[in-house]
Design a protein around this ligand. Structure first.
Ligand SMILES: Nc1ncnc2c1ncn2[C@@H]1O[C@H](COP(=O)(O)OP(=O)(O)O)[C@@H](O)[C@H]1O
Ligand SMILES: CC(=O)N[C@@H](CCC(=O)OP(=O)(O)O)C(=O)O
Length: 260
């Protein structure tokens, strides 16, 4: 099986042009086939505010009414995606920018209303890994924005961590997949106030302990839930690391590695 690196980059890095360029430079140096999934939640919130549209997040997920869907489609599928693709081209990576609607790569269903109506938020149903393989065989590097589509022809807003996990799991049918979540800290921290307290190996029991103690909280909880799900469903390796360290994390090891 060929190796494949699936990398997710988060909104705090994308929001910082110098940090984004450092990340993309490191990303471009990783040998072999790779896929990038980007977030951009912070920029979407800023653009929405400029347009007088209020942001509401519930459990780390954006309530997405039609005006907000227009904003996230423009910001993730347009601005952020194309800026990343252009920078990768300049770094000699032949990137192709995609949403999940493009080439039918990531199909979702509008999240059913239970206690909360999330609006136009998508839960992923199917990844067309054969189609993604086709891009990789053309030596293209797919760069996914966190937008999916439904059989009804809707665009849907989908959390980027979840999208990365779902793509990695489906690609694991064809490849030996390493999934890397990159953000602005050195890894999962034992003490969120101490940037050097990186947990080098995290298993589900240790995760549960830190969660109960409150030392793993907020956005790190859904990120780790997605990360462990990938590990349980065929992804060979999952790493959480600083965006600057992505190449060394993949090649030598850095940040936090998840274990079963
Ligand atoms: N133990 C922890 N170690 C590292 N980060 C943590 C921890 N607990 C909570 N966090 C928070 O989780 C955030 C990452 O989740 P999130 O904001 O969803 O990231 P991204 O947008 O990059 O995907 C970090 O910025 C940090 O504030
Ligand atoms: C449904 C939902 O919440 N979608 C996310 C998609 C972007 C994202 O996940 O961006 P980060 O990785 O930068 O947080 C949102 O709109 O915020």
């Amino acid at each position: 099986m060929d190796t494949l690196t699936v990398i997710k980059i988060g909104g705090n890095v994308i929001d910082n042009p110098a940090a984004l360029t450092r990340f993309l430079t490191s990303f471009s140096s990783i040998p072999g086939a790779k896929i990038l999934i980007h977030g951009g939640g912070k920029i979407a919130t800023q653009v929405a505010e400029k347009l007088g549209i209020k942001t509401t997040m519930v459990d780390g997920r954006r309530i997405t009414d039609q005006p907000m869907l227009d904003v996230v489609t423009m910001v993730y599928g347009g601005l952020v995606n194309k800026q990343i693709v252009a920078q990768l081209q300049a770094l000699d990576v032949n990137a192709i920018g995609l949403t999940g609607a493009d080439a039918g790569t990531v199909l979702a269903i509008k999240r059913p209303v239970k206690d909360i109506d999330y609006g136009m938020v998508g839960d992923i149903q199917e990844v067309d890994s054969g189609q993604i393989q086709f891009f990789l065989r053309q030596d293209l590097t797919p760069v996914f924005a966190p937008i999916t589509y439904s059989t009804a022809g809707e665009l849907l807003n989908t959390n980027a961590d979840t999208m990365a996990s779902a793509i990695a799991v489906d690609m694991a049918h064809h490849n030996n997949v390493t999934l890397v979540y990159c953000f602005e800290k050195k890894g999962v921290l034992a003490n969120p106030d101490d940037d050097d307290s990186v947990i080098t190996e995290l298993n589900p029991a240790l995760y549960a302990e830190h969660k109960a103690a409150g030392s793993i909280n907020k956005g790190m909880i859904p990120k780790l839930d997605n990360a462990f799900k990938a590990l349980d469903n065929g992804v060979a390796k999952v790493i959480i690391c600083h965006a600057d360290e992505v190449a060394s994390a993949v090649q030598q090891g850095a940040g936090t590695t998840l274990t079963k």
